[in-house]
Each structure stands twice: as C-alpha cells, then as structure tokens.
Design a protein. Structure first.
Length: 194
C-alpha cells in the first residue's frame, strides 16, 4: 500500500520521522466508494476523517425546506470530514457524497485523537491544516457576503479551474447559492465559457 500521498499531506505542515510515518500508517484503512455513495450522513455521528486518494466529494447541508447548499468540494490529496462532529461527537451537520468513484484512506476518530495526544508532529500538522481550512472558509464567507454572484462564479472558476470541469453545473449553483437557471444565464453572458 502506498501511503506517500497522505504522509506528504502531513509533512507539508510538520516533519515526520520514518517511525512516526510507519506508526501512523498502521491506523489508515483504504476504503472505496461508488459515485453517489455517502461517506458521512447528516444527523449521524462522524467517526472518521478521510484523505482522498482519487475522486471528488461534495460536503453539503440541507435546510428545513429541503434545499441543498454545497459547503465545499474536496478532491485528491485533501482531507474531508464533518470536523465539528468529528471533534465533538455531536451528530454531523454535513453530508459528504462521492461525486465520482472514490478511493480514500480513513482514520478512526479515537485513533486520530490518540495520535494527536501522543505525537506533537501530528498535533501540529492537524492544527495547521485546520487553521488553513478556517482561513479558506473565512475567504469564502467574505466573498459570499461582499461579491455579486457573477464575481463569485469568476472566483470559483479562477481558483478551481479543474472543479469547474468536473462538477455538474447544478452543484456549482448550489455552492454559489443560486438556482441552476441563474447560473446558466451567467454562463451565457460569458459566452458559454466555463
């Protein structure tokens, strides 16, 4: 089993010794999900953190009227989970669904907690990852509150050109908080260019 992608994701934030890397790898389980399968469902406790080896997921929530809002898209070499649930044990707010066939490494919550408490390198890596995630989500919130839909779409295409090609337009519309029809009008004004 090649653990190098997940280990490199940790090493971006903190050096790992070969012993730490080997020990961490023992807790990783490979899982496969088909397109449209759920990794996590809202209202259930989230017990796993997932590292995406191949494929793409969407993290989303559903409001009381049943409307879906995409929180974010997560692709290869990135982590996904409902971290509020993962860290607190409360039921998940997010549903995480495979948008493509998916291969992931998963780590169980209790194993992750033990590693974080035992090894400073894991704690540092996880902390910095969460800080960067928070920063990215803060950027998204500011963008959502201050930019027009057209500007948000332009930013999405600029920041995530590969996702603009891989994600169905109705999912991008849910990410932007607009109807698919409205997004279609924006795309038409751009000459149909993604």
């Amino acid at each position: 089993m090649d653990y190098s992608p997940v280990l490199e994701s940790l090493r971006k934030f903190a050096p790992l010794t070969s012993e730490e890397a080997d020990y961490f790898s023992k807790f990783l389980k490979i899982k496969r999900f088909k397109k449209k399968q759920f990794l996590i469902q809202a209202k259930e406790p989230c017990r796993f953190d997932f590292f995406i080896v191949s494929g793409l997921v969407r993290e989303y929530f559903t409001d009381l009227s049943g409307k879906e809002f995409v929180f974010r898209f997560v692709k290869e070499n990135e982590w996904t989970s409902d971290y509020e649930s993962f860290l607190s044990g409360n039921p998940a707010s997010l549903t995480i669904e495979a948008l493509e066939d998916l291969v992931v490494f998963s780590i169980y919550q209790e194993d992750a907690n033990m590693l974080l408490e035992t090894f400073p390198a894991f704690e540092r890596s996880f902390r910095i990852y969460l800080q960067k995630s928070y920063s990215s989500l803060q950027h998204r919130l500011f963008e959502s509150l201050s930019n027009t839909v057209e500007q948000r779409y332009e930013e999405f295409v600029f920041r995530f050109p590969d996702l603009a090609q891989r994600v169905p337009q109705y999912q991008i519309a849910a990410y932007l908080g607009v109807s698919p029809e409205f997004l279609s009008k924006i795309r038409q004004r751009r000459g149909g260019v993604v």
